[in-house]
Design a protein around this ligand. Structure first.
Ligand SMILES: O=C(O)c1ccccc1NCC(=O)[C@H](O)[C@H](O)COP(=O)(O)O
Length: 261
């Protein structure tokens, strides 16, 4: 399955990164940063209206190349001007053609909270996210043990990073809750066959406690999609390909927002 491949290539990449810069060295740089923030990513989700997390994603396993030649700082400015509440950056290089440099380009250009969207399999990646200026990381329940979920979340918290626990089914939602999740992302993309079905978010809505922030991920294309998802009472939506391919991000985001009303 694709998640196994992504996990394996990511572990190998982290091992190579540690040869270039050992964990102790990276950690000491990070510990010099101001680690007290007010979790701006969570704040962006805690507002009465639906929050939009616009994603920078050059390519993906399901779609292949989406838009590989992009001016990342300009796109970040476009998303900010369009009214995005947060930005997600795919940093995985092998399947998504992303990088930490993309993430840094965003955090250095706009003041919006930024999610490092990657296949977190090692604490090293959490330190690297913090050093690059991220406000949040992704913890995918399907690739992490219960102990890893708890340990990685504790580290993220220590570094003042929010964590999105990504779940695809009720068991994963329960595991996220047991690990203390404050944000749960329901991915509507089936990672075995890449089909997208909002029924996933619908069926799991009740399983997510009212005091836990919930994000619906993947497959958002139209105002009608937003109407359907906002009707579930989700706090935020993560929109990738649609925003990447929009000739006018501001007009597209407005069109989507209109679906909420
Ligand atoms: O997008 C994929 O093909 C994919 C495949 C395997 C694991 C993760 C994948 N995508 C990561 C994401 O979660 C999406 O980029 C994100 O939810 C936005 O999705 P979309 O709006 O459909 O681009």
């Amino acid at each position: 399955m694709i998640l196994d491949d992504l996990t394996n290539v990511t572990k190998a990449r982290v091992a190579r990164a540690k040869e270039q810069q050992p964990l102790a060295e990276l950690r000491s740089h990070v510990e010099e940063l101001d680690l007290t923030t007010d979790f701006p990513f969570e704040q962006a989700l805690r507002q009465p209206q639906l929050s939009f997390i616009c994603e920078i994603k050059r390519a993906s396993p399901s779609k292949g190349d989406i838009k590989t030649t992009i001016d990342v700082p300009q796109l970040a400015r476009d998303y900010a001007a369009a009214g995005a509440d947060a930005i997600s950056v795919l940093t995985e290089p092998d399947y998504f053609k992303g990088s930490l440099a993309d993430l840094e380009a965003v955090t250095q250009t706009v003041s919006l909270p930024v999610l490092r969207k990657d296949f977190t399999v090692d604490p090293y990646m959490i330190y690297a996210a913090k050093r690059a200026g991220a406000s949040a990381i992704l913890l995918i329940c399907a690739i992490l043990s219960d102990q890893e979920l708890r340990e990685f979340f504790a580290l993220a918290d220590h570094l003042s990073l929010s964590a999105i626990f990504e779940a695809h089914n009720a068991t994963e939602v329960q595991r996220a809750i047991a690990a203390g999740a404050r944000i749960i992302g329901i991915n509507n993309r089936n990672l075995k066959n890449f089909t997208v079905n909002f029924d996933n978010a619908k069926q799991l809505r009740e399983a997510v406690p009212a005091d836990t922030l919930m994000i619906a991920e993947s497959g958002v294309k139209t105002a009608a999609d937003i109407k359907e998802l906002s009707g579930l009472g989700v706090d935020g939506v993560l929109v990738g390909e649609t925003m990447m391919l929009a000739p006018d991000p501001k007009a597209k985001l407005q069109e989507l927002r209109d679906g909420e009303n």
